[in-house]
Design a protein around this ligand. Structure first.
Ligand SMILES: Cc1cc2nc3c(=O)[nH]c(=O)nc-3n(C[C@H](O)[C@H](O)[C@H](O)COP(=O)(O)OP(=O)(O)OC[C@H]3O[C@@H](n4cnc5c(N)ncnc54)[C@H](O)[C@@H]3O)c2cc1C
Length: 285
């Protein structure tokens, strides 16, 4: 740990979330306490003291607080979905991919008990698997603005680059909301990494779309191998259209490259995983 700061304030109310000069928000601290402190940051405001209910579900869908830990996400919404996957059934089968998406993070059980959903999304790392999970589930992020208001945006639009997100200074990621329709949909998860327990280098998630979006259509979401999430509706079984879309990613966006995988390898793995995901959601696998 390399933490050279002067203060840690525990936020108990929304008013406590007003940042003073030099302050930054603290979620579980698993990233902040493992990296050199950002230049200019002299204090932290601990959001865990707000005591938000980690998650709740009702007729309108699922809400997951920014402070919900990854362990709470698995034990709650993840358990509701079970290990349903594309073949499962029930009103929460869409959540069948929650456990896999959390496992896609290279975290020990101890870190998962502390790391939060909000911290993962706010970091915007390519390997931040909460992005792929919530984009596949059509979730919206609710953001508290420093003027006391709030705004919403699709999680698909939250990440704007590798390690960059569309959160302004002093904005708090309050919660993500998954619509009820997505909770009951069939979902899919695929990932690749250089080693079985290595950092996720390519991830494909997806969801069967309702007939109102056109019969037999599915949404596929590519993360980890690209700096920003890419999502595309595809007709089940239309592998040619899928290839054309992946080709477009190639043109529009550099594949991400770091010690966890070369760009070429990530592109090839993404294509393979996307075809597998399409087969699974289309019911042919
Ligand atoms: C061993 C190890 C392995 C890891 N593996 C991965 C991995 O595979 N993929 C990956 O993405 N990450 C990984 N991480 C990084 C990190 O642990 C996770 O991304 C985690 O989910 C971050 O959550 P946190 O609550 O600990 O965030 P914190 O460390 O508390 O904060 C991270 C950032 O988010 C901001 N923030 C936190 N909560 C909010 C909020 N509600 N609203 C606005 N801003 C907020 C903070 O200001 C800070 O900038 C790893 C970390 C460790 C130590």
């Amino acid at each position: 740990m390399d933490l050279d700061i002067d203060t840690v304030r525990v936020a108990r109310t929304r008013a406590d979330c007003a940042l003073r000069p030099g302050e930054a928000f603290l979620g579980g601290g698993t990233f902040l306490y493992s990296e050199p402190v950002r230049p200019g940051v002299t204090g932290l405001v601990d959001l865990m003291g707000l005591g938000w209910e980690p998650w709740s579900v009702d007729g309108s869908g699922l809400r997951v607080a920014g402070t919900c830990t990854l362990a709470e996400l698995v034990a709650g919404p993840g358990a509701l979905g079970g290990a349903a996957g594309a073949a499962g059934a029930g009103p929460y089968r869409g959540l069948g991919i929650v456990g896999e998406c959390v496992s896609a993070l290279s975290l020990s059980a101890k870190v998962a008990r502390t790391a939060t959903v909000g911290g993962n999304l706010a970091l915007g790392l390519p390997a931040g698997s909460m992005v792929g999970l919530f984009v596949a589930l059509d979730a919206r992020a609710v953001i508290w603005t420093p003027d006391g208001g709030s705004r919403e945006l699709p999680v698909a639009d939250l990440v704007t680059g590798a390690g960059r997100v569309g959160l302004g200074p002093g904005e708090v990621l309050r919660e993500v909301r998954v619509p009820g329709l997505a909770l009951g949909a069939r979902t899919v998860f695929r990932r690749a990494s250089l080693t079985p327990t290595g950092r996720t280098a390519a991830m494909v998630t997806g969801r069967a779309l309702p007939d109102s979006a056109g019969p037999g259509r599915v949404l596929l979401v590519v993360t980890a191998s690209v700096p920003v999430p890419h999502a595309q509706p595809v007709h089940a079984g239309d592998h040619e259209a899928l290839d054309r879309w992946i080709d477009l990613i190639d043109v529009a966006d550099d594949w991400y490259e770091d010690t966890h995988g070369s760009a070429d390898w990530r592109a090839a793995m993404t294509r393979r995983l996307a075809h597998e995901a399409l087969d699974e959601l289309g019911g042919t696998a």
